[in-house]
Design a binder for this molecule. Structure first.
Ligand SMILES: *Cc1c(COP(=O)(O)O)cnc(C)c1O
Length: 468
């Protein structure tokens, strides 16, 4: 799962410090102590765009996308192959992000008609898109096929016929992968490897040979290879290596019938949400996976296929921060002292990961630095829900108070994409920063947006009108 709430982190030597592994590369404090991201200071951002505000450092996204592509490609070339990297759009999808990652040489994975629409609206080359999902509608399949999507990832036996039919109807040969579950489930430094996995995605590995043959019976389908995705927030290569070994045994069987050009090992590469998180550098993970693939291919006497990967979180997560304005602060007695509840103007509507997964985050003062001693804080949102926590436990200068801006690090992935309108809170805008410039890439919602879908309001009266 996600980075989970552990023990309370140790009090930092300096609660103003910005740990480089947690904050976007290059984030710093200016002479006045204000947080600066992408060359733009947090106070200026809050004044111009309001809070809460999602801030994404464009250069960091682009650099990470390039770094991942190069790391996987270098590792694959070392074992006589090549790698394709797809950005998993569900982490955070907008047309700007699609352009950044495609310009860095990545393909894009989508898993609904809506995500496909965004990728196409951004001008992505359809042949470099993958379409996932355990329950794609017949309409979505037809749309993906008609758009010329590079690959559909078949997730169940039923989908073989559906995709074959859609492709035949469109007069195309559709490339497909077959999603299997390898029985390996990984997170951070651990993985669990079982024979069977009780989960909704994919088909059991034990059926892959049979279903691969079924795919090959259709003239309208072209079988690219196996696909699997073993988890999220994974810090090293071990789980991927185990999964690759299991897949390659089956890949080799399929390859004996006809060449299987590709093996897709999915995403799930971890990032640092707090200083306690220590993901291995992606180059080392890529090398570890490549070594395991090369060894397994040799053992099974099969050519090393082209490798494919699907990072989402690890591309955009570290590039994002969320800015909030503090409204209230209250000390609450606990069994071992005091905890300061710092309430901010957003919450589970803009970041549900803490409530949903017990995720851990890092918070810092963004509008100033302070010499006050550190106090243990819990950053709470404004929603009518006691589980509405943004940062479960971290330390801020003791004098944090109303009007201060705070920043939460590593919010680039699975925050905006999981945002809601709970309590009719409008979703915040997303601002991209780069070289000292800020621009809106997704506009924020207004109350008018919230009311616009309410069918009980007479459109001709406008939102303030009362029914006649
Ligand atoms: C979610 C998902 C990803 C991306 O996972 P991250 O943890 O964001 O890297 C990649 N592939 C598939 C099939 C997924 O479902």
């Amino acid at each position: 799962m996600a980075s989970t709430v552990s023990a309370v982190p140790a009090a930092p030597a300096d609660p103003n410090a910005l740990a480089p592994e947690v904050w976007p590369q290059g984030a710093a404090r200016d002479a006045e102590g204000r947080l600066v991201v992408g060359g733009v200071d947090a106070v200026a951002l809050a004044e111009q765009f309001g809070t809460p505000l999602y801030v994404v450092d464009e250069a960091v996204v682009r650099e990470r996308a390039e770094r991942f592509r190069e790391a996987f490609d270098a590792a694959a070339r070392r074992i006589g192959s090549q790698a394709t990297v797809y950005y998993a759009g569900k982490a955070f999808l907008s047309t700007a992000i699609v352009r950044w990652v495609t310009e860095a040489g990545l393909g894009v994975d989508v898993c609904t008609g809506g995500e496909l629409a965004v990728a196409l609206a951004a001008g992505a080359d359809p042949s470099r898109l993958g379409f996932h999902g355990n329950n794609k509608s017949v309409g979505e399949i037809a749309r993906a096929v008609d758009a010329g999507v590079g690959a559909l990832i078949i997730d169940s036996e039923i989908e073989i016929e559906r995709v074959a039919e859609a492709a035949a109807r469109a007069g195309r040969v559709q490339r497909v992968r077959l999603r299997v579950n390898s029985g390996v489930h990984a997170s951070t430094h651990e993985f669990l490897a079982t024979a069977h996995e009780d989960q909704k995605f994919g088909v059991p590995l034990s059926r892959a040979v049979e279903l691969g043959a079924r795919i090959r019976e259709h003239d309208s389908l072209e079988f690219l290879g196996l696909h699997c995705h073993i988890g999220s927030q994974i810090f090293d290569a071990a789980g991927f290596a185990e999964s690759a070994e299991r897949l390659i045994a089956v890949h080799a069987e399929l390859d004996r019938v006809a060449p299987v050009p590709e093996l897709n090992l999915g995403g799930g590469f971890g990032i640092a949400y707090t200083e306690a998180d220590r993901p291995a550098p992606i180059e080392r993970i890529a090398d570890g996976i490549a070594d395991a693939v090369a060894a397994a291919c040799e053992a099974h006497g099969v050519r090393v296929p082209r490798l494919a990967f699907e990072p989402g979180r690890s591309i955009v997560g570290p590039a994002g921060v969320t800015l909030y304005t503090v409204g209230t602060v209250k000390p609450v007695p606990t069994d071992d002292g005091w905890r300061h509840y710092v309430s901010v103007d957003g919450g589970m509507s803009d970041n549900v990961r803490t409530a949903l997964y017990g995720a851990a985050y890092t918070v810092r003062l963004a509008s100033r630095r302070s010499d006050a001693p550190a106090a243990l804080v819990r950053v709470a949102g404004k929603h009518c829900e006691s589980g509405d926590i943004v940062v479960d436990a971290d330390w801020l200068p003791h004098d944090v108070g109303p009007g201060d801006l705070v920043a939460v690090a590593a919010t680039g992935a699975y925050c905006w994409s999981l945002a809601s309108n709970y309590n009719h809170v409008p979703r915040p805008p997303v601002v991209a920063v780069r070289d000292g410039q800020a621009r809106v890439i997704v506009r924020g919602e207004t109350e008018a947006d919230l009311l616009a879908r309410d069918a009980g309001i007479d459109a001709s009266d406008g939102i303030e009108g009362t029914p006649a």
